[in-house]
Design a protein around this ligand. Structure first.
Ligand code: PLP
Length: 380
């Protein structure tokens, strides 16, 4: 959709993109300055495969101070983004035929990474009425003797849903019965959380050894292009990730790593400013979505996405008689008719929805939602 949107835009059409998953802010100045300094200080050579010791220590400090989690630097492996970390974990843990439980909707790459490892994804479906969260009963029903891994994101892309401590505790009760299952906790949206403080499933001692936290700098510090992420895991898994990475990408960009040290060292002031803007936009989009007949939405508790249900439009026709059959058709229709780029929910494993990113200016959001309402109103 982003690509199609750009194609239309290159023809001079004013397209508003609500399809991309990145903050619309610039990287904070203190982080950029650290990168410039790193260049001047000649941090331009190969870095250690799992990251500079100072960065791994900064991550350890962050986990202790912000999350109350105690790790050693040897348990941290820095990578070229949370995406590589997810891929490293899956490739090192999953053998052909192993099952990976993934609640839907899920971030697009999860299931494809499982395919690359020749594993099998086992999906647990959720919907808007359960706020897109699974129950302990659903989790237990999905477990088989072949289950190796459970993976999820909280705050979630694409729904923005956030698991509370109690909800995580209820899932942990199930995992306690199955000691061979690892838990991959994707916490990349940790800091864009509108409910209280972030809760990591790694806080539960009974499963802690089996939890692999994936996190990074892309979303919190608006550093998507810098490619900087990491895992925190038990030493064996960390060593395996280090080994795999050593034969693939090696250590990530030296300059990005030095900037990451500053980002974690200097604290969350810039992050909180971005969060304030996201909070305001969330309310704006929520009100505008609620004003569109046929669209059902919830109020996401984190990230910067809405995942409204739009299945009431399936079966309807556009002015040319084309039938909207699924969420991709609807996203395409909104792009062609309203010039707004969104993403069909089928990309995330739930066809009845579309994903809208509100990482855009207030003006762009108001205009985009006006266009969406108008375009949907034309379907008959
Ligand atoms: N995990 C989720 C849920 C994401 O939405 C994204 C990016 O969109 C990533 C991981 C990848 O983040 P990174 O830019 O650090 O690779």
């Amino acid at each position: 959709m982003t690509k199609l949107g750009r194609e239309l835009a290159s023809k001079g059409i004013n397209v508003i993109s609500l399809s991309v998953g990145e903050p619309d802010f610039n990287t904070p100045d203190n982080v950029k300055d650290a990168a410039k300094k790193a260049l001047d200080e000649n941090y331009t050579r190969y870095s250690p495969v799992p990251g500079y010791p100072e960065l791994r220590q900064a991550i350890v400090n962050k986990l202790k101070n912000e999350n109350g989690l105690v790790y050693e630097p040897s348990q941290i492996v820095v990578s070229t983004g949370a995406k590589q970390s997810l891929s490293n974990v899956i490739l090192t843990l999953i053998n052909p035929g192993d099952e990976v439980i993934i609640p839907t909707p899920y971030w697009v790459s999860y299931s494809e990474m499982v395919v690359l490892a020749e594993g099998k994804s086992v999906f647990i479906d959720t919907d808007i009425d359960s706020d897109f969260k699974i129950t302990p009963e659903q989790l237990e029903a999905a477990i088989t003797p072949r289950t190796k891994l459970f993976m999820f994101s909280s705050p979630c892309n694409p729904t923005g849903s956030v698991y509370s401590k109690d909800e995580l505790a209820a899932l942990v009760k199930v995992f306690e019965k199955y000691p061979n299952i690892f838990i991959l906790s994707d916490e990349i949206y940790e800091h864009i959380n509108f409910v209280d403080k972030h809760e990591s499933i790694a806080q539960f001692e009974s499963v802690r050894e089996r939890v692999i936290i994936v996190n990074g700098f892309s979303k919190a510090f608006a550093m998507t292009g810098w490619r900087l992420g990491y895992i925190a895991a038990n030493k064996e898994i960390a060593a395996a990730n280090d080994k795999l990475q050593g034969q693939t990408t090696s250590g990530t960009c030296s300059i990005a790593q030095r900037a990451g040290i500053t980002a974690y060292h200097d604290g969350l002031e810039s992050v909180n400013e971005m969060k304030e803007a996201f909070l305001r936009r969330r309310q704006l989009v929520y009100d505008l979505l609620n004003d569109i007949p046929g669209v059902k939405t919830n109020l996401p508790e984190g990230a910067f996405y809405f995942f409204p249900e739009i299945s009431s439009f399936f079966g309807k026709k556009d002015a040319n008689g084309n039938v909207i059959k699924d969420s991709s058709d609807l996203a395409l229709y909104l792009l062609n008719e309203g010039h707004v780029a969104t993403v069909g929910g089928d990309s995330f494993g739930n066809n009845n929805y579309i994903r809208l990113s509100y990482a855009a200016s207030d003006e762009a959001l108001k205009e985009a939602l006006r266009r969406i309402k108008e375009a949907l109103g034309k379907l008959s």
